[in-house]
Design a protein around this ligand. Structure first.
Ligand SMILES: [Zn+2]
Length: 340
């Protein structure tokens, strides 16, 4: 006999089993308020809900943190069609779940203690991707990302700054990288802004390193200028036809001298931040590419030498034809006897 209580426990009999347990975050001490908020938010996202801090009820030594479905939507703002339809979908249901962070003394150390004040939600859990708070790139987040980008910071650095300013943010470095790309696209359409960045230089697929580890982009006008100078020098050397030879390995800019590199996960990182191991990997890859190019160049030079030899042989043939014709002319027209 099957145990009727446990029969439907996995939902196999058609019972809807809630996907999220809606558990409150475990209580405990954290080294800072930011660490506590980040911990609580990460926990909430994995358990089907989102949290937010509220000023009301918070003090310098206490932070009140509530479920985002607390309260009810009130039309207190100027409502446009867009916001109205968005707010109509608001799931706010006056949920009373909340926790607090409280500054405490633990053995002489100031710590932030997470206390669960009311662990019960009055609603089902939601996939984090469906929770607006986690999806939203608020104006504030965008402002920070943009400012970080303008300072030339990479996605990881921008994320650190974002986490510092908005603890518990769910934005990933991949999100930031995507935002960077969008901002760059916007900058390209409006070249007066963000002219330090060149989308083409960091995004074009043909620059992808075949080894797949890193690919490199020239990301500022200095290196772009260098590249075009090299290209024209190369064009001169190849009689104005740059396609005639592959770029000489000697003329390939060293990626370690560029300001940024793109990591395998797509994030744009500062070359100055590379570890010694990464630098060595990059250098090995560059040397490998040089070796391949050298090989290709040698093959092509051999082909050119063969072609010149052939032309020269043909020239020699023409020369001997001319000599023969001259001898015939001398003999039959001028009556000069043939050389002995
Ligand atoms: Zn709730």
């Amino acid at each position: 006999m099957e145990d009727p209580v446990n029969m439907d426990i996995d939902g196999s009999n058609g019972t809807v089993v809630p996907r999220f347990d809606m558990m409150p975050p475990p209580e405990g001490e954290h080294i800072s308020k930011e660490a506590l908020l980040s911990f609580a938010q990460t926990h909430a996202a994995a358990h089907g809900y989102a949290l937010m801090t509220v000023k009301k009820g918070s003090t310098p030594t206490r932070s009140k943190i509530i479920c985002t479905l607390s309260g009810r939507y009130k039309n207190t703002h100027k409502v446009t069609d867009e916001t109205r339809s968005r707010n109509r979908r608001s799931k706010k249901c006056d949920c009373k779940m909340y926790i607090e962070g409280r500054l405490v003394d633990v053995g002489g150390y100031k710590m932030w203690r997470l206390n669960v004040m009311n662990g019960e939600h009055n609603h089902e859990g939601q996939d984090p991707l469906q929770i607006p708070q986690y999806r939203k790139r608020s104006a504030r987040v965008m402002k920070i990302i943009r400012s970080e980008m303008e300072k030339g910071r990479n996605a990881k650095q921008a994320l650190d700054e974002l986490k510092r300013q908005i603890p518990g943010t769910m934005v990933t470095s991949r999100d930031i990288y995507n935002t960077y790309t969008k901002l760059r696209r916007a900058a390209r359409d409006n070249p007066d802004s963000l002219d330090d960045f060149d989308d083409d230089a960091i995004g074009s697929p043909e620059q992808n390193d075949a080894s797949g580890m890193y690919d490199f982009g020239l990301t500022n006008s200095h290196t772009n200028g260098q590249a075009s100078a090299l290209a024209s020098r190369h064009a001169n050397r190849t009689n104005g036809d740059p396609s005639r030879l592959p770029p000489s390995p000697l003329e390939e800019p060293n990626p370690l001298e560029a300001m940024f590199y793109r990591a395998p996960d797509g994030s744009l990182l500062r070359t100055a931040d590379l570890t010694e191991t990464q630098r060595l990997q990059i250098e090995v890859q560059r040397l490998n590419r040089e070796a391949l190019r050298s090989k290709a160049e040698i093959t092509q030079l051999k082909g050119m030498v063969r072609q010149l030899n052939e032309e020269s042989r043909q020239n020699r043939g023409v020369q001997s034809d001319v000599r023969e014709l001259k001898e015939m002319f001398d003999r039959y027209v001028l009556g000069v006897p043939p050389p002995t």
